[in-house]
Design a protein around this ligand. Structure first.
Ligand SMILES: *Cc1c(COP(=O)(O)O)cnc(C)c1O
Length: 466
C-alpha cells in the first residue's frame, strides 16, 4: 500500500506505511491518504464476523500496512495490545435504548478511545524504529486525553523519547495525573504557563524549525497520523457485523473534535461496509454542525465546555474528507485549505458540500443539554455516560430511524469526568482498579514559562538524555 498527500500529486516513489507512520504530516503540509481504498467483499466481511477483535484488527490494519509489516507480526502486535484492555470484548456494545447502542471505546489503560489506536502506534513505532535502527523524540501538546494516551503507549520504549506539553492548571486532575504519575525515564511532562493554543503553537514552531527538528528527530502522533485512523476502523466494522452487517446497514453517531474518529467510520464505508448515515455530535463549539447545515465553516473562538476533548474549532482531519469530495483534486484542496487558514472561513464548492451532506449530519448540544442527556440516559436506561459519550448518544437518539441500528461511539469512561457526571446524575463514578490509587501517586512535571526557547532547551536536553 502506498500513500499520497491531500495537497500534492501522487508520486512514483510514494511513501509506504512505515514512512508515513514516522513522518505524520506530508512535507507539502497536506495529510496522507492511501493511493486507493482497499476493498473488502461482502463474503469477507461475513467471514470476519467470527474473528476475535485482535484478529479482526490485524486483518483491517493489515490492508494498510501491506508491503511494510508482515501479517503475522501485525497479528501478534494486535493480540498483545488488545489483550491488555480490561474488557474481554475490547469494544463492547451496550443497548441503551431500543435500536441505540453504545460502542464503548474506553476500556484501554487511560479510559479514552484514543487508546484503541495509540496503543497500536506504540507497537508500530517500536517495530519500524528497530527495523530502521532509529530513535525519535515525540513532541505533542494536549488538553487532556491525547497526552495521557500517548504517554501510556510510549512509556519505557527504548527508541522513543516523549515530551508532552499541557497548559498549566487547565487540565482535569484525572487527566493531568494520568500523565504526570508516569515515571519512566523516556517521558517528560512540561506544564506551560498558557492555554492549550500556547502549547500547540510551541509544538508547531518546533516542527517548523528544520534544524531543531532534525537535531531531535522530532516525530508526532497527533490525530492527523494516518496510522491512528487506520487503527480506528476495525471497531466500526466489528460493531456493524455484530448488528447484522453486511446484510443490513447501520448508522454511527460520533462525538467529534478533530474529525479523526468519525473519519475512520467513513473509511470503513469506503472499504465496503454498508453504512446508512454518519452523525457528527458537537458541543457549543459547533463549527462542523454549522457547516453541515449551511456550508458555513467559520472559525470562532474556542469556548470551554463539559466535553473538553471536543473544544476545537479547526478539525484537522476534515481535510481528508474534503479532498475525497473534491474528486481527489490536490490543487483545489490546497487552495481551499490555504484560504481557510488565512481568512478563517471555508465555503466548499456546492457539489462537494452536497455530497458530504448525503452521508453526514450534525447535532450540537450545549452544556445544559449535555447534562440533560447524561441525566436522561442514567434515569431511563441506568446508563452512566461521560459528557462526550452523552453527546454521541443524544445525537444518535435524535436521528435514530426504525430498522437501522444506531451505534454511538462512547469515547471516555465516566470516571474520567467525575464532576460533570456527578453534577448531572448524583452518581460519583469510580476509577477502575488499575487507576484506583491515581490520587496517591507522586506527580512529576516541569513548569515552564510561555517561552519557546526555554521549552526547546528542555526538549533538547530530554532528547540527549536518551
Ligand atoms: C479525542 C476525543 C474526542 C474527539 O475525537 P476526534 O477524533 O478528535 O474527533 C471525543 N471524545 C473524547 C473523550 C476524546 O478524547
Amino acid at each position: 500500500m502506498r500513500y499520497r498527500s491531500t495537497r500534492g500529486t501522487a508520486e512514483a516513489s510514494a511513501p509506504n506505511f512505515s514512512d508515513i507512520l514516522l513522518s505524520g504530516l506530508a512535507n507539502d503540509g497536506g495529510l496522507y491518504l492511501p493511493t486507493h481504498w482497499p476493498h473488502v467483499s461482502r463474503d469477507t466481511l461475513t467471514a470476519w464476523r467470527s474473528l476475535p477483535y485482535p484478529d479482526l484488527a490485524a486483518e483491517v490494519i493489515g490492508l494498510f500496512t501491506e508491503g511494510s509489516i508482515d501479517r503475522e507480526t501485525l497479528r501478534e502486535m494486535c493480540r498483545d495490545v488488545y489483550g491488555r484492555f480490561d474488557h474481554t470484548a475490547i469494544a463492547p456494545l451496550v443497548e441503551v435504548e431500543e435500536g441505540l447502542f453504545s460502542l464503548e471505546l474506553f476500556h484501554g489503560p487511560t479510559l479514552a478511545f484514543k487508546d484503541m489506536a495509540m496503543q497500536m502506534l506504540g507497537r508500530l513505532f517500536e517495530h519500524v524504529l528497530k527495523e530502521r535502527d532509529r530513535h525519535v523524540t515525540i513532541v505533542g501538546a494536549t488538553s487532556g486525553d491525547t497526552g495521557s494516551a500517548a504517554i501510556e503507549a510510549f512509556r519505557g520504549r527504548e527508541r522513543v523519547s516523549i515530551v508532552i506539553l499541557h497548559p498549566h492548571g487547565r487540565t482535569s486532575d484525572v487527566q493531568r495525573r494520568q500523565m504526570t504519575t508516569v515515571h519512566d525515564k523516556n517521558v517528560l511532562n512540561i506544564a506551560v504557563d498558557g492555554d492549550f493554543d500556547t502549547c500547540q503553537d510551541m509544538v508547531k514552531a518546533m516542527f517548523a524549525d528544520e534544524t531543531f527538528r532534525q537535531e531531535c528527530s522530532l516525530s508526532a502522533v497527533n490525530s492527523i497520523n494516518w496510522a491512528r485512523i487506520a487503527a480506528q476502523i476495525p471497531y466500526y466494522i466489528r460493531a456493524a457485523l455484530a448488528l447484522g452487517g453486511p446484510d443490513r446497514p447501520v448508522s454511527f453517531a460520533v462525538p467529534t473534535g478533530n474529525f479523526g474518529n468519525i473519519l475512520a467510520a467513513w473509511a470503513a464505508g469506503q472499504m465496503g461496509l454498508p453504512i446508512e448515515k454518519l452523525y457528527v455530535g458537537s458541543n457549543r463549539n459547533d463549527i462542523l454542525t454549522r457547516f453541515l447545515l449551511n456550508n458555513d465553516m467559520r472559525v470562532r473562538s474556542v469556548e470551554p465546555s463539559l466535553s473538553p476533548s471536543m473544544d476545537i474549532q479547526v478539525s484537522s482531519n476534515f481535510e481528508r474528507l474534503l479532498f475525497e469530495m473534491l474528486g481527489r483534486d490536490p490543487n483545489r484542496c490546497r487552495a481551499i485549505m490555504e484560504e481557510f487558514r488565512q481568512t478563517g472561513f471555508m465555503a466548499v464548492p456546492h457539489d462537494a458540500w452536497e455530497n458530504i451532506g448525503h452521508v453526514f449530519r450534525g447535532h450540537a448540544l450545549d452544556d445544559a443539554k449535555t447534562s440533560d442527556a447524561m441525566r436522561r440516559f442514567h434515569k431511563e436506561s441506568h446508563y452512566l455516560a461521560d459528557p462526550h459519550s452523552a453527546i454521541g448518544l443524544a445525537t444518535g437518539s435524535y436521528y435514530k430511524e426504525a430498522g437501522i441500528p444506531m451505534v454511538a461511539a462512547a469515547t471516555a469512561h465516566p470516571a474520567k469526568f467525575p464532576d460533570a457526571v456527578e453534577a448531572a446524575t448524583g452518581i460519583h463514578p469510580e476509577l477502575p482498579p488499575h487507576l484506583a490509587d491515581l490520587f496517591d501517586r507522586e506527580e512529576r512535571y516541569d513548569v515552564l514559562p510561555n517561552d519557546l526557547a526555554r521549552v526547546k532547551e528542555a526538549v533538547l536536553a530530554h532528547h540527549r538524555a536518551r
